[in-house]
Design a protein around this ligand. Structure first.
Ligand code: NAP
Ligand code: ZN
Length: 352
């Protein structure tokens, strides 16, 4: 099927329209019209090739909400007209121990990214959700409850699951003391979800500028990392810190905030950090960990949790042709708190 999207053509020039083919339906495939797509900082990293694995043209977008337009003959879970969602993965081996546990994001063969991946059958590059249509195998398609506002649900598919998964891994519940470094797309979802689980939540931002927002999102307080007295007062305070900072940074000021046996989990920056000392790790049996997105089953649990608790991201809706300005604003941390593209703003190709 012919479709249209917005692609990065190289590391520098603005994203621009791109016509391309979506694969024909396989028996276990679901085809959808994309209604909304969230704008993740990973999209920007990928457009710029910050991680070294981009190809061009590349269509970013992995926070996708759509409506089913067609299903293959062996699809059993979806029908035409259903509201569905797709996140950061579109395939995995489905055979290994991790896939069998529902942790496809940890697939031993490597999961297939919604973009910056290669189709397991055709080996063609995958293209993401900044586009009008998508074809995906049934196992990587999620149901979106009618209780969720479709226009706002998209960021749950990456910002939501990426912060939900560590909250579940480290058993956050009533009374857990959770810190969230960086109040952006991931950070604001971490706050809402941790609050939803009953935790005591502190936003750790560079300045006090976002304090009123942090409190409005449900956080108990905001700690400015630039305020050394406040940072000293918060020493040994946290059970779990989720670090969403997208660039190389120094962990040492944050490690001092962890209690004995506590964990700082990195979900943001990919690549080398500034050098750290092992002293706070050894002396307090503290841990630094990492976490990639989450499994499909866990993502469905998150969508159901958000539908039940009425938790939704704070979204700023944009048109597809406003994406380059949105990228610029995201780089300046000027987004409150997730851009979402209304795909009705992108005309389908005449012969689609
Ligand atoms: P975002 O909306 O741009 O938010 C990042 C936040 O980090 C900013 O709002 C800002 O918060 C803080 N920040 C920005 N630049 C900083 C700097 N130079 N030093 C310190 N703090 C800084 O980005 P996002 O969409 O939440 O994504 C965050 C990161 O997570 C990206 O690197 C993205 O690629 C990654 N990611 C990882 C996964 C995964 O599976 N692990 C999934 C999705 C995204 P303050 O203004 O409050 O300081
Ligand atoms: Zn993402």
């Amino acid at each position: 099927m012919k479709t249209i999207g917005f692609a990065a053509y190289d590391t520098e020039t603005p994203l621009a329209p791109f016509e391309f083919e979506r694969r024909g339906l396989r028996p276990n495939d679901v085809a959808m019209e994309i209604l909304y797509c969230g704008v993740c900082h990973s999209d920007l990293h990928t457009a710029r090739n910050d991680w070294g694995w981009s190809y061009y043209p590349i269509v970013p977008g992995h926070e996708i909400v759509g409506r089913v337009t067609q299903v293959g003959p062996s699809v059993s879970g979806f029908k035409v007209g259903d509201h569905v969602a797709v996140g950061c993965m579109v395939d995995s081996c489905q055979e290994c121990d991790q896939c069998k546990k529902g942790e496809e994001q940890l697939c031993r063969e490597g999961m297939t990214g919604t973009y910056a991946g290669y189709d397991r059958v055709t080996k063609e590059p995958t293209q993401g959700g900044y586009s009008k249509h998508l074809v995906v195998r049934e196992e990587f398609c999620l149901s979106v409850s009618d209780k969720l506002d479709l226009a706002k649900a998209a960021p749950l598919l990456c910002a939501g699951i990426t912060t939900w998964s560590p909250l579940k891994t480290w058993n956050v519940g009533a009374g857990s003391r959770v810190g969230v470094i960086g109040l952006g797309g991931l950070g604001h979802m971490a706050v809402k979800l941790a609050v939803g689980l009953g935790a005591d939540v502190t936003v750790i931002s560079r300045t006090k500028d976002k304090e009123a927002d942090a409190l409005a999102l449900g956080a108990n307080r905001l700690l400015a990392s630039s305020d050394s007295d406040a940072m000293s007062d918060a020493a040994n305070h946290f059970d779990l810190i989720i670090d969403t900072v997208p660039v190389k940074h120094d962990l040492m000021p944050y490690l001092a905030l962890l209690d004995v046996d506590a964990t700082l989990v990195l979900v943001g920056q990919v690549g080398p950090l500034d050098e750290i000392s092992t002293v706070p790790l050894l002396m307090g049996r503290r841990r630094v960990a990492g976490s990639p997105i989450g499994g499909i089953k866990e993502t469905q649990e998150l969508l159901d949790f958000c539908a039940e608790k009425n938790i939704l991201p704070d979204c700023e809706m944009i048109r597809m042709d406003e994406i380059n300005e949105a990228f610029e604003r995201m780089e300046k941390a000027d987004v409150r708190y997730r851009f979402v593209i209304d795909m009705a703003s992108l005309a389908a190709p005449a012969t689609a």
